[in-house]
Design a protein around this ligand. Structure first.
Ligand code: FAD
Length: 492
């Protein structure tokens, strides 16, 4: 049987989920299809997590417009969705005289875009606000901010779900057929019919376009690798610290990014690759990242690294040009809305892109506002961030808060239970980690991983073969060697 919706969104990254949440404010039936076993498993889960103030993008572009608007929307949105957002400010640092014109260009661009309070500071002022950083001049942007990109994506999805949007995970779109009345979207889980299709498939937006009969887009994957530093280094910097990037580097240069959880990230590299899913890290790249980072911040040592990860930029290059193109946000033909080339600042721009998409639909159809739309979503209690008296009260009410499972991040058993019991029903170690941070510390899940598996078993009794790291193809176990309890019984 074919299931019918008014809107189908393809892709559960931050853009697709922001679009879903925007539609959930109206009476319009909406379905989001995501090929992975959870949202934010694509680029939206692996980036710098910076809410850019808006000075990198040339005035008049969609990138600039949505960046500025998204940066304006994000603080309130994050408050509503219980997503940590911190306005820590940014320094773009010039180390040599010949890099100063770049700072001036950014400031001019930012002023034209309407970014507030940008100023160029000298080495003395820089030394006062960021004593560990080396440079001769810097652009200071006090309104640049940080947020956790996968928490935002999950929160948008959960809020959209609560407000009526349907989510189908593990659902790969394989074909799109359109006739004058409707779209038929083919997937590995059957066919779906809709009036509108929103293509927010990130790296695969070109392929989805082709399925709909639109050729001419080509996404070039550009890999960015990062190191994460242990939290004991969090005091080294207070601001985001960016360099003047090399010309045509494909990114903003290797920067130092404090996270909302108290780590510092170092990266990303920029390397064009063939395979859009190749999230590997290479020793050479990681080494050069380290060398570039210590030029800005000499206090880092390799033993401070606790993990590496990779995010892949979806670069859209227009034919006849070598430079990345602007965002494509448009209705290509009746009802098919394309979001292509949503690379940086796509995280910042997502809420603004979502509003643009809904505005396109509003021009064709009256959308009735839902009187019962609930803009708020409550995340999982972050036990370690509570004052001692609140922690004690919680433990008294629920002893699961008194059992610490992830020792590196101080995550309690109740937080893990809440993460497993999530509204999207996404149950893999990565989904749990993305929701409550269990496994994100120095031991990277070495101690808490087995305990989390035990809790999943107790809650759902799945076979061990069904437990995965991040969905199908990443099974954790091939079978049971022996049952610990049975074994003990036999030995009696
Ligand atoms: C290294 C790096 C650093 C960045 N730093 C920042 C930053 O600091 N600030 C900022 O604003 N932006 C940043 N960005 C950009 C930002 O991360 C992206 O613009 C944003 O995450 C794109 O979101 P998306 O939803 O379009 O794509 P994605 O997150 O990739 O989501 C697309 C989804 O579509 C799904 N999909 C694909 N094909 C199919 C199919 N056939 N069927 C069903 N589902 C499908 C995928 O599984 C995926 O989940 C950075 C990007 C990178 C790579």
């Amino acid at each position: 049987m074919k299931r019918v919706f008014e809107v189908i969104i393809i892709g559960g990254g931050v853009v697709g989920c922001a679009v879903a949440r925007e539609f959930s404010k109206y009476r319009i039936t909406t379905l989001l299809l995501e090929r992975e076993s959870d949202v934010a498993f694509g680029t939206s889960g692996s980036n710098s997590g910076v809410a850019h103030a808006g000075f990198y993008m040339p005035p008049g572009t969609l990138k600039a417009r949505t960046n500025i608007e998204g940066h304006r929307i994000l603080p309130g949105l994050c408050r509503d969705l219980d997503v940590p957002y911190r306005e820590i400010g940014k320094l773009v640092v010039a180390k040599e005289e010949d890099e100063i014109p770049y700072l001036e260009k950014l400031k001019k661009q930012g002023d034209e875009n309407g970014v507030r309070d940008l100023r160029i500071i000298n080495d003395r002022v820089m030394g006062e606000i960021e004593p560990n950083i080396h440079g001769i001049r810097a652009l200071h942007s006090p309104t640049s901010a940080i947020l956790c990109p996968f928490t935002l994506t999950i929160a948008l999805a959960e809020n959209a779900l609560t407000n009526g949007v349907r989510f189908l995970l593990n659902t790969v779109v394989t074909g799109i057929q359109s006739n004058e009345r409707e779209f038929i979207v083919r997937t590995n889980r059957g066919e779906f019919i809709s009036d509108f299709v929103i293509n927010s498939a990130g790296l695969y937006a070109d392929k989805i376009s082709e399925m709909a009969g639109i050729s001419g887009y080509r996404i070039y994957p550009c890999r960015g690798e990062y190191h994460i530093l242990d939290r004991n280094k969090s005091g080294l910097i207070k601001h985001l610290v960016y360099p003047v990037p090399p010309i045509n580097s494909g990114g903003l240069g290797v920067h130092l990014t404090p996270t909302v959880h108290g780590n510092i990230m170092l990266g990303p590299s920029a390397e064009y690759i063939e395979d859009k899913d190749d999230e590997g890290n290479s020793a050479d790249t990681m080494d050069s990242l380290y060398k570039e980072a210590i030029e800005l911040l000499p206090g880092i040592e390799k033993r401070d690294f606790i993990r590496s990860f990779t995010g892949i930029r979806a670069k859209l290059i227009s034919s006849g040009s070598e430079k990345p193109a602007d965002f494509v946000i448009k209705e290509e033909f009746d009802g098919f809305i394309n979001l292509v080339g949503i690379e940086s600042p796509g995280l910042t721009s997502a809420p603004a892109i979502a509003r643009m998409v809904v505005d396109i639909v509003k021009r064709k159809r009256d959308l009735e506002i839902k009187s019962d739309f609930n803009p708020r979503r409550k995340g999982i209690i972050r036990f370690s961030e509570l004052p001692a008296n609140k922690q004690a009260t919680l433990i008294q009410k629920n002893p699961n808060y008194g059992r610490v499972v992830c020792r590196c991040e101080t995550i309690t058993q109740q937080e893990i239970i809440d993460a497993i019991d999530n509204p999207l029903n996404a149950i893999s170690l990565k989904s749990i980690k993305n929701r409550c941070r269990a496994g994100m510390g120095r031991c990277q899940g070495g101690f808490c991983g087995p305990k989390i598996v035990e809790i999943i078993e107790e809650m759902f009794s799945p076979g061990v073969r069904e437990m995965t790291l991040k969905g199908d193809g990443s099974e954790l176990f091939t079978g049971r060697v022996r049952d610990a309890r049975e074994g003990m019984g036999n030995e009696r």
